[in-house]
Design a protein around this ligand. Structure first.
Ligand code: IMP
Length: 431
């Protein structure tokens, strides 16, 4: 039965939350496969705004099941709060949210290490979200991580924590000059979070595979964007997980043969948070206008996002990395009211013109955008309920993007609300 991945194609913040929310009506299960509370999805339902960091936004649909897969890293405090907040606002979570026992926990020392590491890097800092994501994935790869399932047994949890704190406290006190962390204090904190989380722990790989066998439809939800992938993105200015669609398999425990298609979320302009190369960045009036009209401030950290024109070479690379079957285009409404719109169609890189951003991200900073300029439109797109109602210049712009990217657009989002969504063609089809 169909399983689809929704993935961001730029540097995150493409509006995946809105697209996932829209598609959720047509699926049975939504599963997250990587990242942690560095992500933040803003979803507007009946005028009410929800910002979710870890729990898939599918939880806001009463009849859907949500999975937080083994590839994620969990800040137990934040997840416990998020669950409590959802319940307080009337959303039932028990029996609908399942958390993999193999997901790794973000521990207090992860956040401390990240803060100290960023400070020590000075001008070379990465501009991370300081949520402990990188150090948690480091411990996972180092086989020192503590997993969500370890919350089930205090003896195991204590022994792993003690073993970790030996080395961590030596670094915390001797290198960082900070007070040592205390085992008992951490255990007391995590006991409180465990009370909330344990009821959601489950064998999520089995749940997903059995659901697929039973003909249920699953949507895998990526966090961040392709250019933040630790292997394929603009390393080292990336997050510490694989964000590409292929990671949905390893991050949830389903095989690649079960995935039928990939919906690539593409924002009609480009943004990035934190440091790193950004060829089409606009520092002046254009950047400011995109930031204000697009509300380009981080849902997680509130940081202003860097803004710039649409970058086709970058998105072409993403589409091929993800094996995209169609595009969900977001926020073209933000471009409304501009006389003309610039689009980067190629790069000039090392004296050559290139169609696709370089695999070697070190070269991206040397790539110069080659722009084309197309007509803008004055009308508000959010009132359009189909393609034909859209202003001719907007229609032309969308067709132009499809040609540039050689990939069909299935969905156009024309505003934050669920209703502001135009379906051009079926995004779910058997591949
Ligand atoms: P980390 O994921 O906190 O380690 O941050 C690494 C880089 O990824 C930084 O540049 C962050 O700004 C960026 N980043 C992490 N999560 C997101 C996100 O959800 N949206 C946009 N950028 C993100």
């Amino acid at each position: 039965m169909p399983a689809y991945v929704v993935v961001g194609t730029q540097w995150g913040d493409e509006g995946k939350g809105k697209i996932v929310d829209f598609l959720t009506e047509r699926v049975d299960i939504v599963a997250r496969y990587q990242g942690g509370n560095n992500a933040g999805h803003t979803v507007v339902i009946s005028g009410e705004e929800y910002i979710l960091h870890l729990v898939p936004s599918g939880i806001l649909h009463p009849d859907k099941v949500c999975v937080v897969g083994n590839g994620t890293v969990i800040d137990a405090e934040i997840l416990a709060q998020e669950i409590a907040d959802l319940e307080r606002r009337g959303t039932e979570v028990a029996g609908r949210l399942f958390i993999s026992e193999n997901a790794h926990l973000i521990m207090p020392y992860h956040k401390l290490f990240e803060k100290m590491q960023e400070e020590m890097k000075g001008a070379n800092k990465l501009g991370t979200t300081l949520r402990g994501i990188g150090p948690a994935y480091t411990d996972k790869a180092d086989r020192a991580g503590i997993r969500a399932g370890d919350l089930l047994d205090e003896t195991v949890f204590r022994s792993k924590l003690e073993s970790n704190l030996k080395l961590k406290n030596a670094i915390i006190t001797k290198v960082f000059g900070q007070p040592a962390l205390k085992v008992d204090e951490i255990i007391a904190q995590y006991e409180a979070y465990a009370e909330r989380l344990i009821e959601c722990l489950a064998d999520t790989s089995l749940i997903l595979n059995e659901a697929l066998d039973a003909g249920k439809m699953v949507l895998f939800e990526g966090a961040q964007g392709t250019m933040l992938d630790v292997d394929q993105g603009t390393y080292p200015y990336v997050t510490s997980s694989n964000t590409v669609a292929g990671a949905a398999c390893a991050g949830t425990g389903v095989g690649p043969t079960r995935i039928n298609g990939v919906i690539a979320v593409v924002k009609a302009y480009t943004t990035r948070v934190g440091a790193g190369p950004f060829p089409t960045e606009q520092g002046g009036e254009v950047g400011e206008r995109l930031r204000e009209k697009g509300h380009e401030y981080g849902a997680t950290t509130g940081r202003p996002r860097r803004c710039g024109w649409f970058d086709a070479p970058l998105v072409r690379r993403s589409l091929l990395l993800n094996g995209a079957t169609s595009i969900a285009l977001t926020k073209p409404d933000v471009l409304g009211g501009m006389d003309s719109i610039k689009v980067c169609v190629m790069y000039r890189c090392n004296g050559a013109e290139v169609r696709c951003s370089p695999e070697n991200a070190g070269l991206l900073g040397q790539c110069e955008p080659i722009y084309e300029e197309v007509d803008g439109w004055a009308e508000d797109l959010s009132s359009c309920s189909n393609f034909e109602q859209m202003p001719p210049a907007a229609q032309q712009y969308f067709r132009y993007l499809e040609d540039l990217l050689d990939c069909p657009i299935s969905i156009i989002s024309t505003g934050a609300a669920r209703d502001n969504t135009v379906v051009l063609r079926e995004p779910f089809f058997e591949g």
